[in-house]
Every structure is written in C-alpha cells, then in structure tokens.
Design a protein. Structure first.
Length: 403
C-alpha cells in the first residue's frame, strides 16, 4: 500500500511540474507583447516566499529615499504579502498579472536563479543579489553533478541576462566568476541584508524578542542548518532536551532555542517537538533579525555562519553527515579553516556547549576576520539603490543583454 501511495505521489509531482513548465512557457512568450515602463521595479525573494533577504533591504532603502517608483513584490500566496509596507504591492508570481508586471518592469531584483515568467527585453535591467555570502559548500557549476539539467539550463540563461551581481567579499567575487556562468559586472557593495547588523541597537533587539514572545533577558540559541540535496531530514537529529539541560548547567541565564530551517525544507513543524523553550521560526520572514538577537548559533554547512563573522556571534558546527556530505555535494577548504568547533554527535555537541569559552572564540574569530575580507559596512543598500535610480532616470545606459 505504501509503494502505491509513493507512486501516486510521484506521478502527481511530475504532472504538476509539467503543468508549471507549460504555464511558464506560455507566460514568457506573452510577456514580449507588453512594453517596458520607466516607473516600475519588481522584487523576488525565493520565488514568492515573503518579504525578506537582500531584496527587502534594497526596497526599504528606496522607500527611505522616497523615490517616486511603483514597487511590486512577487508572492506565492496571500500570506506572503501580509508584511509588505503599504507602498509595495504584492502580485502573485505564477499569474497573468505577475507576468505583466515583470514584462513592464524597468528593473527586476532577484535573489534566486529559478526561471521567472517573462523574457527580458531591451530597456530592462536585471539585478541578481543572490541569497547568501561565500559559503562552505560548493554551488552552481562547482556542484553541477548534483543539480538537475533543467536547473543548470535556466541558471546559465539567467546569468546571460543578468546586468549586475553583488558581492560581499573577495571570496564571493571569485566564486561568481568561476562557478556562476557569469561574466558581467559585479558590484563589491556588501550585502544589503547585512546593513541591518550595523544599524541595530539594544532596543530593537528587545523589540524583536518581544514580537517572538521572548523576554528581553533570555538568551537565544539559533539552530539554522542548510538543506540536503536528497531531502534528508534525519540529519536534524539534535536531542534538544539534552541541549537545554547543558545550557541550564552553564548558569549564565535562561536559554531559548529558535529553530530556523532552510526555505527548501518543507513542513518543519513535523520534524521537531516545539515547546515554550523550543520555538519554530522557519516561517519568520527576516533571517537577519533572528541572527541579530542570537547569543549562540548552531549550524552545519549554511552560509549564515558568515553572518556570525560580522556579528562576532559564537558558532558551533553540528554536522553528523559530514563524510556523506563531503562525498556528495562537497565542502570547500574554507569550511575546514573556520574558527568554529565541529561536532558530529549529540554527545560532542552537548559537551562543547557545557565548556564553551566565548573569550577564546573571539580571539580565533578576530584572526580569521583578517583572512575573510568582507565588504559589508552598512551601506550596501545605498550603493545599489544609487545604481537603480541611475537606471530608472536614464543616467546609466549600459544594458548588457536584451532584444
């Protein structure tokens, strides 16, 4: 009976994928019929998954400067548009209206490389912000044997139409050149989403905690692992009751656990037993706000560990599948040079938490920061909005691609 169910599920998924691809093809051809307007900017975050990441902070800088443009935000459903500022209008990504908005946009800002329902035309300017810094795992061309032929094809096409990519480190600039099929302009501006780290104060941190139902005096451990290509979720097997006991034994305050899984991991609510001290924040729209309030990060191969380098937040790596991951997706030498303790079992993780020395960690972090040359300084959004404004007003005329 189980095999029949799995077969039906597979058939349904294949039919849905075919339907989505046919719809995409139709919308892309129709998009050529609509002219480009000089007053529209459209943003996409993880293909309609809410108001967050680099696109959010670029959009907010446009609002801050009170620039007179119409701003649209691609959403998957009504819930994804609930947190949008009043001036930003939600539009469903897989819809006729979504296609029309993209077709008429002067500037499109995206942070993923999945295909959108339009064909870029002359006069349009396409910015790819990506959704993370230089990370420990291989990506794009460096991991092509783990990517579908369909994804690779569209990723290569997307690189061809991209006018601008943004980088937050010397390492990321090099990776964009070597692995992202991209030969266009790279602005070493820093990441817009990281601007928040240079601006937040203690009262804002308390406000974020309050919004999550957490008392200001409580400490936070943030668990934010990345996804697995094969969909494996057994790697998220931390015994949180034991970890809470270890944290309590430190006698340095009461701790709360926040669990934030990657957007590619479906139904995180089914993977853990959530309580008042173990809170599911996987649907929280702004990862930067969570990073800013955490006192300790536990992760695996996620590029969020690079955020902790900026914030000087202690990090413990928990990677029970490191041998399998290294043999499949692959890990860069960068990962093994990180100033973070690596654990592979619950017992090791618990022991490290009990004996963790923040002062020793900060010394190692300071030395590592000299090697990791980051460009973040709190002004990335300003630099990118300056470029967008130049494009919108006709002061910047170079358009790499478009017919």
């Amino acid at each position: 009976m189980k095999s029949v169910f799995l077969f039906i599920k597979k058939v349904y998924r294949l039919l849905r994928e075919r339907k989505n691809r046919l719809q995409l093809l139709m919308f892309r051809q129709l998009s050529l019929l609509f002219p480009v307007r000089d007053d529209i900017i459209t943003f996409n975050n993880f293909n309609g998954k809410g108001y967050g990441d680099n696109p959010k902070y670029i959009a907010e800088e446009i609002l801050k400067q009170k620039l007179p443009y119409k701003i649209f935000w691609l959403v998957s459903g009504k819930a994804d548009g609930k947190l949008l500022p009043q001036r930003i209008k939600p539009v469903k990504i897989r819809s006729f209206k979504g296609m029309r908005v993209l077709a008429g946009s002067k500037v499109i800002v995206n942070n993923v490389k999945n295909p959108l329902p339009f064909i870029k035309k002359k006069g349009q300017y396409y910015i790819q912000t990506w959704h993370g810094p230089f990370g420990p795992k291989y990506a794009e061309n460096d991991a092509k044997e783990h990517l579908s032929a369909y994804y690779i094809k569209h990723s290569q096409k997307e690189s061809l139409i991209t006018d601008l990519m943004i980088s937050n480190s010397n390492l990321q600039t090099g990776e964009f050149r070597s692995a992202y099929w991209y030969n266009g302009e790279i602005m070493e501006s820093g990441m817009p989403r990281n601007d928040f780290y240079f601006q937040i104060d203690e009262s804002q941190k308390q406000s974020i905690k309050y919004s999550l139902g957490i008392s200001p005096h409580k400490k936070i451990l943030l668990y934010c692992p990345t996804f697995r290509d094969d969909g494996d979720t057994e790697v998220y097997d931390i015994n949180w009751n034991s970890i809470i006991r270890a944290l309590d034994s430190r006698n340095d305050g009461e701790w709360i656990i926040l669990i934030r899984l990657h957007p590619n991991v479906p139904h995180p609510e089914h993977l853990f037993h959530f309580t008042k001290r173990i809170i599911n924040v996987s649907s929280y729209p702004d990862m930067q706000r969570l990073m800013a309030i955490c006192d300790l990060q536990v992760t695996d191969y996620s590029s969020t560990l690079c955020d902790s380098i900026i914030l000087q937040t202690p990090v413990i790596l928990y990677a029970p599948d490191i041998d399998d991951y290294q043999g499949s997706r692959g890990l860069k030498p960068f990962f093994f040079n990180l100033p973070f303790v690596l654990t592979t079992t619950n017992e090791e993780l618990e022991k490290v938490i009990l004996n963790f020395d923040s002062k020793d960690f900060l010394k190692k972090m300071e030395a590592f920061s000299q090697v990791y040359q980051g460009f973040d300084d709190g002004h990335a959004s300003e630099r990118i909005v300056e470029r967008i404004h130049d494009v919108m007003t006709g002061c910047f005329s170079r358009n790499k691609y478009g017919k």
